[in-house]
Design a binder for this molecule. Structure first.
Ligand SMILES: *Cc1c(COP(=O)(O)O)cnc(C)c1O
Length: 213
């Protein structure tokens, strides 16, 4: 199936489960041609993992389509923040105080106020990015004090496990803090995520096909 059909199919499945879940089409490692196909099918919200790749792929397209909304969903190093702030419209991966500081400073410098999500390491996996759940409260207070615009939470549950308990735990955190956004669910589990309260799902391979990495 083509990208247009895949998008249609996923949107139908989303609509069957909920009225207003936002589909973030994850185009990492996929070509400009694939991205253009999704745009011509009406998709406007996209996710990329790497700052460099996003700049290369999206700078020109964003000039042409002013309604494109690009989300950063991969780990962000502080030395890439300036470029990230220049291209992304939402940053889903805030997970430490140092990053908060650099983001706030850079957004002031560029005159941009980009909404952000805090990424939670909900499975407490040592090698994964995201703030540990027990440190979330403190990081949110820090964001608030620093003036970073946090609109919600994001997570990637542990691979190869039933994601439902992790989704439920995230939903509880979202409610506890009264956030409007909860970004969770990928190609394999977005339906489950929506049933557990996701407001945004990040779907890649089910739209664009398999990727090398
Ligand atoms: C790659 C990626 C996705 C999309 O994954 P698929 O399984 O291809 O849908 C979603 N979220 C993050 C953070 C990713 O890195």
């Amino acid at each position: 199936m083509g990208i247009r059909e895949n998008l249609l199919h996923i949107k139908e499945e989303i609509a069957r489960l909920s009225e207003d879940v936002v589909l973030v089409a994850v185009s990492k490692f996929h070509t400009l041609e694939s991205v253009m196909e999704a745009i011509s099918a009406g998709q406007r919200i996209f996710g990329e993992n790497r700052v460099q790749e996003a700049i290369k792929k999206w700078s020109d397209i964003k000039q042409e389509y002013s309604d494109i909304n690009l989300h950063l969903i991969g780990p962000l190093q502080t030395n890439k923040v300036a470029e990230a702030v220049s291209i992304f419209d939402m940053i889903e991966v805030v997970d430490r105080e140092k990053l908060v500081d650099v983001l706030v400073k850079e957004m002031q410098k560029q005159g941009r106020n980009i909404p952000c999500l805090v990424q939670v390491n909900i499975g407490k996996e040592p090698q994964k990015s995201g703030v540990m759940p027990e440190e979330l409260d403190s990081l949110l207070k820090y964001c608030n004090k620093s003036g970073l615009n946090i609109e919600g939470l994001m997570c990637i549950p542990p691979a190869g496990k039933d994601p439902a308990p992790y989704f439920t735990a995230m939903s509880r955190l979202q409610q506890k803090y009264g956030f409007k956004i909860l970004s969770m669910g990928m190609s394999g589990d977005f339906s489950e995520a929506i049933k557990n309260g996701a407001t945004h799902v990040r779907v890649g391979s089910a739209i664009f096909g398999d990727r090398k990495v």
